[in-house]
Design a protein around this ligand. Structure first.
Ligand SMILES: Nc1ncnc2c1ncn2[C@@H]1O[C@H](COP(=O)(O)OP(=O)(O)OP(=O)(O)O)[C@@H](O)[C@H]1O
Length: 315
């Protein structure tokens, strides 16, 4: 049984279609990246899975049940808008969330202390949430999400607001949860996290699915690019679509910026060049990133709109 299934799910807010006939399935134990730019419909989709908002059309199955209270004890949700009681201590907060998920007070408190220790917050366990830094409060929220050992973890932009060390800690926790058998769905517009974590991913643009599959399949959507240093043009090999020569040096070597046709394996081009007796001084494949795929499938953001994914990429 799939851990999460969306079947033709649409959500309209008045005239605006936030999610448009969205279908996908997440397998048990998978780490599934839910990717898209600002306003793509990620949060709305997760809210429908949690029964916070109802779909206009379509069906959703969460651990085999319709969204609702039946499986709340098996879910862990970290909302994008972090919401903790500011006057409560860190440990009481985590214990409270455990109790909400049906744990005994003793078990929830013990697990809460273990998680806060693991997150470097042992000394702050009794501090009030409003005395903690934003990143520390976010780690308390993560502990509250994990306290019940959920079978399905839904994390909405979990990395935002965390420094690089704590982003690493969160990545580690996601991998650990999946190793322990949990299914993880997380939304992000930062491709690097998805690149390090996801088994499969879905790319959402203006409420519509533009891609679903593995990272390799996503990269396969872009033609391979190579840098070749040779004395002859590689254009004679089948599958080479473009080969832009750079300056030729005194010995006759030239840099070629090569684009292959879709689906052509660079190894076949290398073999062809060898068979044709083309001497090479360099043959490098440019590794397509998810960021490149994102731009290819979704396009750049409108002028003047800051895109955090791009900003991080450039950094
Ligand atoms: N309650 C609401 N009423 C009206 N429109 C809404 C509501 N919630 C979301 N929307 C609209 O639906 C679209 C999708 O929003 P959503 O928050 O799901 O996107 P997102 O992918 O999570 O974006 P971000 O990365 O910016 O958080 C947006 O155009 C948003 O304005």
């Amino acid at each position: 049984m799939d851990a999460l299934v969306l079947n033709g799910v649409t959500k309209r807010f008045g005239e605006r279609t936030a999610v448009d006939a969205l279908s996908f399935a997440v397998k048990p134990g998978e780490i599934f990246g839910f990717l898209g730019g600002n306003g793509a419909g990620k949060t709305t989709s997760l809210r429908m899975v949690l029964d916070i908002v109802r779909p206009t059309a379509g069906r959703i199955s969460v651990l085999g049940c319709p969204p609702g209270r039946e499986n709340a004890a098996d879910l862990g949700f970290m909302p994008e808008e972090r919401g903790l009681y500011r006057g409560m201590s860190a440990i009481d907060t985590v214990t409270y969330f455990g109790r909400l998920k049906g744990m005994s007070a003793v078990a929830a408190r013990a697990k809460g202390h273990a998680l806060l220790d693991r997150f470097g917050l042992a000394a702050s366990a009794k501090m009030q949430i409003d005395k903690l830094s934003k990143g520390m409060a976010q780690k308390v929220q993560l502990a509250a999400t994990l306290v019940n050992g959920p079978k399905l973890l839904l994390l909405d932009e979990p990395f935002s607001g965390l420094d690089p060390v704590n982003q690493g800690l969160l990545e580690h926790e996601i991998l650990e949860a999946a190793r322990g058998g949990a299914t993880v769905v997380f939304s992000t517009h930062v491709m690097q996290h998805a690149e390090r974590l996801c088994d499969r991913l879905l790319l959402l643009s203006q409420g519509r699915k533009v891609f679903e599959g593995t990272q390799a399949e996503a990269r396969g959507r872009l033609p391979a690019r190579l840098t070749i240093v040779a004395r002859d043009t590689p254009m004679r090999c089948p599958g080479v679509e473009r080969a832009e020569p750079g300056a030729v040096d005194a010995q006759g070597w030239s840099d070629y910026d090569v684009t292959l046709a879709e689906g052509i394996d660079p190894a076949d081009v290398l073999q062809c060049l060898t068979e044709q007796g083309v001497t090479l001084r360099r043959f490098d494949q440019y590794r397509v990133s998810l960021h490149d795929v994102f731009l290819h499938l979704v396009g750049p953001p409108p002028a003047g709109l800051a895109d955090p994914a791009m900003a991080e990429h450039a950094a």
